[in-house]
Design a protein around this ligand. Structure first.
Ligand SMILES: *[C@@H]1O[C@H](CO)[C@@H](O)[C@H](O)[C@H]1NC(C)=O
Ligand SMILES: *[C@@H]1O[C@H](CO)[C@@H](O)[C@H](O)[C@H]1NC(C)=O
Ligand SMILES: *[C@@H]1O[C@H](CO)[C@@H](O)[C@H](O)[C@H]1NC(C)=O
Ligand SMILES: *[C@@H]1O[C@H](CO)[C@@H](O)[C@H](O)[C@H]1NC(C)=O
Ligand SMILES: *[C@@H]1O[C@H](CO)[C@@H](O)[C@H](O)[C@H]1NC(C)=O
Ligand SMILES: *[C@@H]1O[C@H](CO)[C@@H](O)[C@H](O)[C@H]1NC(C)=O
Length: 466
């Protein structure tokens, strides 16, 4: 970046000027280095369905542009360089622009000035052959995104760690396996690391904790095991930490210094409690999602100090004790999910005073007593209020409101009688329409992708080889 002063103006702004300059040169005079231009043709030829791309775009930086290629101009010597290649379905919507045998050409190495390489939905059916050093000596590459390429198999190459200029690395939704290489600790400029929805295993390398500029770390939906490295607590700029749906164990390390954290998703792992009180200093936290981990114990009290919380999800955490009253002080809460625990006591009526609460799931616990949530609140939530499976909970329902059958909890008037019929599997146990649509977009779910994967994975055994 520093040594070669690229003028930060996209080629379109310059196109007019350069064309007139070009005209004043001999016809055919290069405004790109020949090697770089041929390199681009080879890279595109290896990827794209269109066999005539090179003929149709002989001057891709000027006269014959293509939406996925961007260039910048260097001043001395005055020269165009390819700085961005983006291949994605939107270019030939709705299909991929790539050919079935698409692969990464070794000629990528000739594009020495490339800053952004993003390839989405391209490697779908065919083996991806790997030129060994393809991600070696790039000196300007800042943004590398290979996403949603189901036939991109193989391991993350250790040589990726040499690209010290890299700020964004996203390899999500491919079929990568093996460990996350510790060399990733060499990506000293990295701000975003997304390796989600692959089949990565092994442990989280502790070297990740040295990447001090990191704001987004997403390793969700893999098969990563072991403990959460203590060094994660050093990523002080981190805003999003998503590790859901892995095989992580042990306790959560002290992350009280991650003062900018907005989202923490550790759900669907084997992480145990107790959660350290230092969590209370995560002042910006909005999403705390820990479902399906053996946390045990009571709902931690520090949660009451997280003033910005919008969503708390602690279902299937083997929690005991009461639902604390402090939830009603967290005015920005929109969703509370505490289902499938062993919570006891009554349902705090003041939950109904939360102005933005739109989902309350306290199903399958041991809650008891007369439900005293305000009627308006229950009406507003509808099916997004889930109280089922709390055998000792009843509702003092006026017959015309009919809430009892709607909520699938017994009326206190005839609780004993209802209990006998209903919980023996009577006609009210009709679950149709119970799952509201918001649940489908639950950020903690891997299932849609794994279903896709299962369809696609059988196709070929491919050797990625970036
Ligand atoms: C994931 O990798 C493991 C080996 O690490 C392998 O046994 C398994 O079949 C892979 N799963 C998928 C969906 O590729
Ligand atoms: C919580 O973290 C602090 C700071 O790392 C540590 O001193 C303390 O022992 C931890 N507490 C528990 C209960 O683990
Ligand atoms: C609640 O949300 C509103 C709007 O997003 C925001 O302005 C306000 O600061 C939040 N309250 C707290 C306590 O963070
Ligand atoms: C609730 O506690 C009982 C015993 O106290 C235990 O058998 C059961 O597994 C617990 N249920 C959940 C969902 O944690
Ligand atoms: C409530 O949470 C449980 C899991 O704890 C889930 O099975 C159920 O579908 C949820 N209810 C709603 C309405 O989403
Ligand atoms: C009350 O619920 C019963 C059974 O679900 C239903 O048949 C009846 O129409 C409902 N009444 C009202 C007023 O909604």
């Amino acid at each position: 970046m520093a040594s070669m002063s690229l003028l930060l103006v996209w080629f379109l702004l310059f196109a007019g000027e350069m064309m007139s300059m070009g005209n004043s040169f001999h016809k055919g005079h290069m405004i790109m280095e020949e090697e770089e231009l041929l390199g681009l043709f080879e890279v595109m030829g290896a990827l794209l369905e269109d066999p005539y791309w090179a003929q149709a775009h002989p001057q891709p930086c000027t006269d014959t542009p293509w939406p996925g290629v961007e260039c910048e101009v260097s001043s001395n010597p005055l020269m165009f360089h390819v700085t961005k290649i983006h291949i994605g379905p939107e270019l030939v919507s709705p299909l991929s622009p790539c050919k079935p045998s698409a692969h990464l050409s070794q000629s990528l190495l000739k594009l020495k000035y490339i800053k952004t390489l993003s390839i989405f939905n391209c490697f779908i059916t065919s083996p991806v052959t790997r030129p060994k050093t393809i991600f070696g000596p790039f000196s300007y590459l800042e943004h590398l995104a290979l996403e949603n390429n189901p036939s991109l198999f193989g391991e993350i190459p250790t040589s990726l760690g040499d690209i010290a200029s890299l700020r964004v690395l996203s390899l999500s939704q491919n079929s990568l396996q093996g460990n996350i290489p510790s060399q990733i600790g060499g990506l000293v400029s990295l701000e975003q690391l997304d390796l989600s929805y692959n089949n990565l295993s092994g442990q989280i390398p502790k070297e990740i904790g040295g990447l001090k500029s990191m704001t987004i770390l997403d390793l969700s939906c893999n098969a990563i095991e072991g403990i959460l490295p203590y060094s994660l607590g050093q990523l002080q700029l981190l805003q999003k930490l998503d590790l859901h749906s892995n095989k992580l164990r042990g306790t959560i390390p002290d992350i009280g210094n991650l003062k900018r954290l907005v989202l923490l998703d550790l759900s669907h792992n084997f992480i145990s409690g107790p959660i350290n009180e230092t969590f209370s200093s995560l002042e910006l936290l909005e999403y705390l999602l820990i479902d399906d981990n053996p946390i045990k114990g009571e709902i931690p009290h520090f949660i009451g100090k997280l003033r910005k919380l919008k969503s708390v999800s602690l279902s299937e955490c083997e929690l005991t004790g009461p639902i604390p009253y402090f939830f009603s002080t967290l005015k920005n809460l929109t969703a509370i999910s505490l289902g499938d625990n062993n919570l006891s006591g009554s349902v705090p009526p003041n939950l109904g005073s939360l102005p933005n609460l739109d989902q309350l799931n306290i199903s399958h616990n041991k809650l008891s007593g007369v439900l005293q949530l305000p009627y308006d609140f229950m009406q507003k939530l509808g099916r997004r209020l889930d109280l089922r499976g709390n055998n000792e909970l009843c509702i003092s329902d006026q017959p015309k409101m009919n809430l009892s059958s709607y909520l699938e909890i017994p009326s206190c008037l005839n609780m004993r009688q209802r209990n006998d019929n209903y919980f023996a599997g009577g006609p009210l146990e009709d679950h149709s329409g119970i799952k509201p649509s918001w649940y489908d977009s639950n950020p903690s779910s891997c299932s849609s992708w794994s279903n896709d994967l299962q369809v696609i994975l059988f196709t070929l055994v491919l050797n990625l080889v970036i």
